[in-house]
Structures are given as C-alpha cells and as structure tokens.
Design a protein around this ligand. Structure first.
Ligand code: NHX
Ligand code: ZN
Length: 276
C-alpha cells in the first residue's frame, strides 16, 4: 500500500519532469494512476482504420450501457489509445467506498462488461476475439453470484464447492467439489441464464440508443479519448438516462461514512482497473 503510493508519486514526478514542470499537478497524478493500473500508453501501436472503428464501437458500447444503468459506477474516461495489453478501455469511478454489493448492481455491471461485445455484434454483425477478457470476467462474476453469494433464486442461499485457498498468498489453489453432477448442471444453467439476461439487457439498451452509440463511436475515432464531462455532454435530455449527481468540488468531504484518518482522502479517485 505504502509502496503503491510511492510508486504512484514517483510516476507522477517523472511525468512532471518530462513536462518541464517544477511540481506535480492533478493531471500528472491522474495519468500516473492510469499508468500504474493499466500500463503505459502505446501510441506507436499501428492500428488500421477498420480496427480503430471496432475498438471505438466496443468502448462506446461499454460506456453507453454503463451510463444507462443506474447501479453502475459513472464513466471516468473512455480511450481508444492502447495502454498496456489493452487496445482500448473504459474506466469507471465509484461514487463512494462500497463494501456490500447487491445482486442488482452485479447484474448491471455484467451488462456493462458485455456492452463492448454487444456493440460489435450490433454494428458489424460480427464479433472479435478482443472481448475475451471481458467475457472471462463476466463468467467468473456470474459463477460467483451462483456459487459463493447465494444470489440464484433456483439454487438458493447456499455455497457450492469448498475453495482451498492459500490465505497468506491470497491465491486459490483449487476447488473441492462437494455437490452432485446434477447440481453441477443446474449451476451451469443458472450461470448461463444470468449471463444471457445481462447480454439481452445490454442489447436492448444499445438497440434503443443505436444513434447515440454511432455518435459516441465517431467522436472517439476523432478525438481518441473522452473524459467524464465530455462523455456526459452526450446525455443532456436523453430520455431513459438516469440522472447523474454533480461531482462534489475538490477537497469537500460529503461522504458520511468516510474514515477520518488512514483512508483515502476525499477527492482522491480510485479508478477501477477494469478496461471494461
Ligand atoms: C489481441 N488484444 O490479442 C489484441 C492485440 C476488444 C477493442 N488479439 O475489453 O484490448 O484483443 O474494453 C487486461 C485487460 C489482452 C489485459 C484487457 C489483455 C485485453 C479490451 C485482449 C478491447 N476493452 N483486447 C477491452 C482488448 C486484444 C486483451 C488484457 C486485456 C478490444 C479489449 C485485447
Ligand atoms: Zn471490453
């Protein structure tokens, strides 16, 4: 944790020095956060016009679904500039520190994670291997909802499988199956149902807002990145878009449950690493 912060500030200092600045500003700090989470930008990567269009639609799909579902965290940044391993990414920013997550929020998050794949399908009538990482996360989350969180009405409030973890390494080393073949099939069916419903929800949103998907994708092709404010501008007067709270001014502490000391200071963002 302390080492993470040291690394973060060091990255910010390097960026400030490169920009011939005498001190670290907010822009260096946020770029450092993005570098630490997602790796360095790779502007030299060569991408064809067709691929750039696919990447733009994929990211616009994530962002638009995320914006239309009330339980999703707000979009912090959309980019079609490669960073680390990813060709593009959509970052979100939790509005408050959360410990407990509802089934509804998980369902909305699944739809947002599938938004990229759905946008590819709707616009190109074809899909790419690029969504593999999104689908991996979707499948793992849906499976955890059924097997670990008791969130499937048909499977009931039970835990399936005894997970063997090496606690001190925080790593899973395998799963002991403690349920029948029959139950294994029911679990698979439930995981599939949850993912399918999330996919259908994303398809519904992107079909109803296809023109907006086109507009945002074209804008991304043109400018390559959109920040929260630029993205939000597309939604003024759009019916069906849940209202977005105005971000509190820098340094103000409006969150009631924030730890007074030792926690993240208010105003310091904690962007999610997910490229989804
Ligand atoms: C490939 N990369 O392997 C190419 C080079 C679908 C527009 N054929 O979902 O970049 O396809 O929303 C962390 C996070 C690899 C590590 C994402 C490693 C993705 C990312 C595969 C966007 N954004 N896919 C995404 C993407 C790809 C990949 C990752 C990772 C794309 C997608 C990578
Ligand atoms: Zn994606």
């Amino acid at each position: 944790m302390g080492a993470d912060l040291e690394n973060l500030v060091n990255e910010a200092a390097i960026l400030a020095a490169r920009r011939n600045k005498r001190s670290i500003g907010m822009s260096e700090l946020s770029e450092a956060v993005e570098r630490v989470i997602g790796g360095p930008e790779r502007r030299s990567r060569i991408i064809s016009a067709k691929e750039k269009e696919i990447i733009a639609y994929h990211e616009a799909g994530h962002a638009l679904v995320r914006r239309m579902l009330p339980k999703c965290d707000p979009v912090h940044k959309i980019s079609i500039v490669s960073r680390g391993m990813a060709l593009g990414y959509t970052m979100s920013l939790p509005e408050n520190d959360r410990v407990l997550v509802s089934r509804t929020k998980f369902e909305h998050d699944l739809s947002a994670m599938l938004g990229g794949r759905v946008a590819e399908q709707l616009n190109f009538k074809d899909v790419t291997n690029g969504a593999g990482d999104d689908l991996d996360k979707v499948t793992k989350l849906a499976r955890a909802m059924v097997m670990q969180y008791g969130m499937s009405p048909t499977m009931g409030p039970m835990v399936f499988g005894q997970r063997h973890e090496m606690i001190f390494l925080g790593r899973e080393i395998g799963e002991q199956r403690n349920y029948s073949e029959q139950v294994a099939r029911e679990i698979d069916k439930e995981v599939n149902r949850i993912v399918t419903e999330a996919y259908d929800r994303a398809t519904d949103i992107l079909t109803r807002h296809k023109e907006l998907l086109d507009t945002i994708s074209q804008k991304l092709i043109e400018v390559e990145t959109l920040d929260a404010e630029e993205f939000e501008a597309f939604f003024a007067g759009v019916p069906g878009a849940p209202p977005r709270k105005q971000a509190p001014p820098e340094g103000s502490s409006s969150a009631p449950n924030r730890a007074p000391e030792g926690g993240r200071p208010s105003g310091a963002p904690s962007p999610q690493p997910s490229p989804a």
